[in-house]
Design a protein around this ligand. Structure first.
Ligand code: GUN
Length: 288
């Protein structure tokens, strides 16, 4: 049976560590890092994320600025807010919650965020810095959290075969770049990949980020592999409630892998912890 990686505990330790560093900054340098979160509309999942982000930002001793705009907000209005936040010296990090309503082009908004405050790491400049490998950009939170769990469990990742299933700009692509930076041999698979089960079976590290519940089966996994499940899928139950499940068939995979992240309680809690980590990094660089 695989060891189950406790992302919730790891994230709590990381947040505590960040909280201690923030307290030292406040005491010694007299400044408090600030994170601005922008939510447009009333998507229920986004509301939960934003509430959790604000609570954990405050818990880490940082300032949380929340901007809630109605669903019918026009693009120029949101752009104007982003520009105000870019110019606000009290704001070290800016996060615009995705998805945005249909009348707003997310790329236009993400490209307008000051790259030095882009704590999501979605600006093309930060994506480019991750790809060119000089290490000075801000890295997307979910893949960064997944990498922290991998390094904690496996130590040196050099030479390992990594298969990333999913090629999104938010997870798959930056995850592949991070693993390449660790000297893994990286393959990015997607919906058009042929012979996906065989490919997955070649992976020492298998990262699933496709958003399809239980797609990755136990016999797709190499015995002794490390499985990182980034999927967060809501499954409706007959009683009207919902259950969260990953992209990996956990009950099957846990009997084959050496290490596996559960859903919930695996990569999920690492995302906000890494957001706080990026905010602290951005604050230190901007003011340092
Ligand atoms: N929506 C779902 N995940 C994310 C994320 O990591 N960042 C932002 N901005 N929006 C999201």
């Amino acid at each position: 049976m695989a060891e189950i990686i406790d992302g919730k505990a790891f994230a709590a330790q990381l947040r505590a560590h960040i909280g201690r560093r923030v307290a030292r900054l406040v005491a010694e340098e007299g400044f408090t890092p600030g994170l601005a979160v922008v939510l447009v509309g009333d998507d229920p999942a986004s509301q939960v994320y934003v509430r959790n982000k604000a609570a954990q930002t405050l818990e880490a001793g940082m300032i949380s600025f929340e901007h809630r705009l109605p669903a019918h907000t026009a693009q120029p209005e949101l752009l104007a807010l982003v520009r105000r936040l870019n110019d606000d010296p009290a704001v070290d990090g800016i996060l615009v919650q995705l998805p945005l309503p249909a009348q707003i082009d997310a790329d236009v908004i993400l490209n307008a965020i000051d790259p030095a405050k882009d704590v999501d790491g979605f600006h093309p400049l930060n994506a480019g810095l991750l790809a060119t490998g000089n290490g000075f950009g801000l890295v997307p939170c979910t893949p960064l959290g997944a990498l922290m769990l991998l390094r904690d469990r496996l130590g040196d990742l050099r030479g390992l075969n990594a298969v990333v299933v999913g090629r999104s700009n938010i997870v798959g692509k930056p995850m592949a770049q991070l693993l390449l930076r660790e000297d893994c041999t990286v393959t990015v698979a997607h919906s058009r990949t042929r012979a996906l089960p065989e490919l997955c079976r070649s992976a020492d590290i298998l990262v699933a980020a496709v958003g399809r519940p239980g797609m990755i089966r136990g016999d797709w996994i190499k015995p002794g592999a490390t499985v990182i499940d980034v999927g967060i899928n809501r499954i409706g139950l007959p009683d009207g409630r919902a259950r969260l499940t990953g992209d990996v068939d956990f009950a099957e995979a846990v009997t084959v892998a050496a290490h596996i992240t559960p859903v919930p309680g695996g990569v999920g809690p690492m995302t906000i912890a890494c957001l706080l980590h990026n905010t602290l990094t951005a604050a230190c660089r901007r003011r340092g």
